[in-house]
Write a protein that binds this ligand. Structure first.
Ligand code: SAM
Ligand code: SF4
Length: 332
């Protein structure tokens, strides 16, 4: 089938990430400041508005939707959104509906998510050491996340772990995380820390190029690059000894923008065509206008046409934050 949303650089846009809240039950140091001011409730889209807007993107040609946050599972009524969107899976208009979560509430939601047609869940997990996990997340309960991962697997969901590679932290955790993933046949991806927002743990202090992390991993396992994609930015390598996979998301050191297929919708209805730029299109204003959502499709298409060629984080994380917006506003 021909892609139906194509930007001015010829990239087919097939993937929408929808942030359903900017709130979260954790405070990871690289993502949020201690004192974040959240969007006023009147500005946040209702579940019905989120479903309406997401469905408009599906009608334009989006084939994959990821629900994210903040922490998506703290959003009241989030299951109604999954239930509503699952009709697009059944109709064949959508290939995939998935979710990125910190896993704290996953044991409560895993079964219902599976019932809504979710097949894959990304769980962010930076450490298997209780104290270090609590330090990174400002008090998070590792056991709740592990329980969530078990529940997701029992519900038949494919779980992928995502860990942010923070210098000074990840070196002590990387091998345990991979071992944990191998034992459960889970994929695991490592992400370079990006300079967004005035966060607690600055990117300049904590940036670690993934090539260095890979060297550490190769002290234990043999990695062979493989040509697979799961529709996101990770580049994968096979662990020869186990047959498992590791993803590397090299947002800074080896920018993957030329293959970018993504759009991002914030919980307040702002459409961002690039994580690394501040420009957005206010879709909330369009759908809350008297007389209905006239002009919505043309606004989406105009935004897509103007999608920037690349983020401008640069390869040196020294001048930061590159953007005032927090990662929690758009969900990665
Ligand atoms: N709360 C959910 C979670 O943690 O999975 C979803 C939202 S979170 C913003 C999405 C992803 O962004 C997580 O995997 C998180 O580790 C990652 N992230 C947050 N801040 C980041 C940063 N400064 N650089 C790179 N990745 C970041
Ligand atoms: Fe919350 Fe996810 Fe950001 Fe951590 S990375 S503070 S869990 S939104």
């Amino acid at each position: 089938m021909q892609p139906r949303l194509v930007d001015d650089f010829g990239r087919a846009i097939t993937y929408l990430r929808v942030s359903v809240t900017d709130r979260c039950n954790l405070r990871c140091g690289y993502c949020m400041a201690g004192e974040v001011s959240f969007s006023p409730r009147r500005d946040v889209l209702t579940i019905e508005e989120l479903e309406f807007l997401t469905s408009a993107f599906v009608a334009c040609g989006i084939r994959k939707v990821r629900i994210t946050g903040g922490e998506p599972l703290v959003r009241k009524g989030v299951l109604h959104l999954f239930q509503g969107l699952s009709r697009h899976l059944r109709s064949g208009e959508l290939d995939e509906l998935c979710v990125t979560t910190n896993g704290v509430l996953l044991s409560k939601y895993a079964r219902d998510l599976a019932d809504c047609g979710v097949r894959r869940v990304n769980v962010s997990l930076d450490s298997l050491d209780r104290d270090r996990f609590a330090e990174i997340t400002s008090g998070g309960d590792l056991d709740a996340v592990l329980k969530g991962i078990d529940a997701a697997r029992e519900a038949g969901l494919a779980v992928k772990l995502n860990a942010v590679a923070q210098k000074g932290y990840i070196e002590g955790d990387v091998l345990d995380l991979i071992q944990f993933a191998q034992e459960r046949q889970l994929d695991v991806s490592f992400i370079e820390t990006m300079p967004l927002g005035e966060v607690k743990t600055s990117c300049a202090d904590r940036y670690l190029p993934l090539a260095e992390l890979r060297q550490l991993i190769e002290g234990r396992w043999t990695l062979t690059d493989i040509d697979v994609t799961t529709g996101g930015p990770a580049r994968y390598a096979r662990i020869d000894e186990t047959g498992g996979r590791i993803g590397f998301i090299t947002a800074l050191s080896d920018c993957f923008c030329e293959n970018c297929n993504r759009l991002r919708l914030s919980a307040t209805g702002a459409l961002y065509t690039c994580l690394g730029h501040d420009d957005f299109t206010d879709l909330r204003a369009i759908i809350r206008r008297e007389g209905g959502a006239v002009g919505l499709e043309s606004a989406i298409r105009a935004a897509v046409a103007g999608k920037p060629r690349s983020h401008e984080f640069g390869t040196s994380p020294g001048r930061e934050p590159a953007l005032k917006r927090y990662m929690s506003a758009l969900g990665g």
